[in-house]
Design a binder for this molecule. Structure first.
Ligand SMILES: Cc1ncc(COP(=O)(O)O)c(C=O)c1O
Length: 439
């Protein structure tokens, strides 16, 4: 693994909610009194129209520029975005492509991973992570995760390494990075690649170094719901190794290097559109502000709900994987809130809490007009496609992932949430747990 030796920016979480330019359609009430905002609305998980309207003039101008240019696929706009993204992420090379799924695929293809190889990854992530491994003909190996970051647990990874292991594919879930310092050390010692699935973590960092700059290669998604999202599909591969970047550029264009109709390797068609690149260039300029808004809302949630954690916080840390597997404890945690590692900047792509009373909790939120989602309801080894027996995979014991998968719930967090909506989410969650505190 190589990384530039520069000093990395550390984006600290100092903002408080509400931020200055925030829409305040209701004055924030005193949370201690469980006072709902005067007007209750439906609080959605995400509202992309609000995001667009907040920067409409800039987006429209950028799109018109592309439409006028007549250059719609790759070209100058994509190159400019690649350079700006590389600068932001502190990497030498960034290569645009058609989706986050393709970014993973291109990364694995460029590393030469294929049939007979194993890649250790997380069982608790979006399906695309493991699908990319299977798609190149390799075998996903599922390791357990950490109870706080939901990232790969280094101990579990070590236990699963074998002679066929070629890479570790670490996922930075919900906006917080996996423990890349330990994982990159493990990979270096074993002489294997570290690949980052950074689809949910644009702007997150670990020890001051951004997501995407730790692995030999990393993949980002610009699916519209991502914290840096396009108006369609898009993806990016980053690396500090110029030969790898060159291979990815060839692979994304049907294996063409220099001459247009001379195909040197078997690639795919996965190019980034100029319109998406132009939109992403505009949004990248707002990303730090937006990530700070997310952090400020998260801080407000955490301070408002901390009292309920104290009542029932379960010590999942005290259980080793083996002990949990043998003897799963009774669910008694009232509420578990995200706990960013001290060395991490969490950009809260999602605000994901945990409760053993998930069904009742979601029904309560819905009654109060607050949307919620479960990311993800099934561990990847339990997905029908892997249960079908058609594709090889293997797994270590997954007690922490199983437990977390049963308890997670994500609640609305996006930069354009109004103060009143944030208060509505806070009050709804408070009223549920206040009614469920054991006497
Ligand atoms: C963790 C993770 N990996 C990979 C992907 C795939 O990205 P895309 O939908 O752009 O193909 C996503 C997004 O959906 C994701 O959340």
């Amino acid at each position: 693994m190589s990384a530039p030796g520069s000093i990395y920016l550390h984006r600290t979480n100092t903002a408080t909610f509400p931020l200055a330019d925030h829409v305040e359609d209701e004055p924030a009430g005193s949370m201690a009194q469980l006072r709902f905002p005067a007007t209750r609305t439906h609080v959605p998980m995400l509202d992309l129209q609000r995001e667009y309207r907040s920067i409409q003039a800039e987006i429209d101008e950028a799109c018109h520029g592309v439409l006028d240019s007549g250059q719609y696929v790759l070209g100058a706009e994509v190159e400019a975005f690649e350079q700006e993204a590389a600068n932001y992420l502190h990497v030498e090379q960034a290569v645009g492509c058609a989706s986050g799924t393709d970014a993973l695929l291109l990364a694995l293809l460029a590393l030469g991973i294929g049939p007979g190889d194993e890649v250790i990854t997380s069982p608790f992530t979006f399906f695309a992570t493991a699908a990319a491994i299977t798609r190149v003909g390799a075998t996903p190996v599922f390791a357990d995760i950490e109870p706080d970051t939901y990232g790969l647990a280094p101990q579990s990874v070590t236990e699963l390494m074998g002679p066929r292991t070629r890479a570790v594919l670490a996922v930075h879930l919900f906006g917080q990075m996996a423990d890349v310092s330990q994982l990159s050390r493990l990979c270096r010692q074993a002489g294997i690649w570290l690949v980052e699935d950074a689809a949910q973590a644009f702007g997150a960092s670990w020890q001051g170094r951004p997501a995407g700059a730790w692995g030999d290669v990393a993949a980002f998604s610009f699916y519209p719901t991502k914290n840096l999202g396009a108006a369609g599909d898009g993806g990016l591969v980053t690396t500090n190794q110029p030969e790898l970047a060159q291979r990815i550029r060839v692979l994304r264009q049907q294996g063409v290097r220099d001459s247009r109709y001379c195909h040197e390797v078997l690639g795919i068609n996965s190019r980034l559109d100029a319109l998406q690149a132009a939109i992403l260039r505009v949004k990248l300029r707002h990303l730090d502000d937006w990530n700070q808004q997310r952090q400020a809302i998260a801080a407000r949630y955490i301070e408002s709900w901390a009292a309920f954690v104290a009542h029932g916080q379960e010590d999942i840390h005290s259980h080793t994987s083996a002990r949990l597997a043998d003897n799963p404890p009774e669910p008694r945690a009232l509420l578990h809130l995200p706990q960013p590692a001290p060395q991490a900047v969490h950009i809260y792509h999602q605000f994901t809490l945990r409760t053993a009373q998930r069904t009742a909790f979601r029904e309560h939120l819905a009654k109060d007009g607050v949307a919620s989602e479960i990311y993800y309801p099934l561990l990847l080894p339990d997905q029908p496609v892997f249960q079908s027996g058609r594709y090889p995979w293997r797994s270590g014991p997954l007690p922490v992932a199983q437990r977390i998968c049963r308890e997670v719930v994500s609640v609305p967090i996006f930069p354009q949430l109004t103060v009143a909506e944030v208060e509505q989410v806070i009050c709804s969650v408070q009223s549920f747990f206040a009614a469920n505190v054991p006497s």
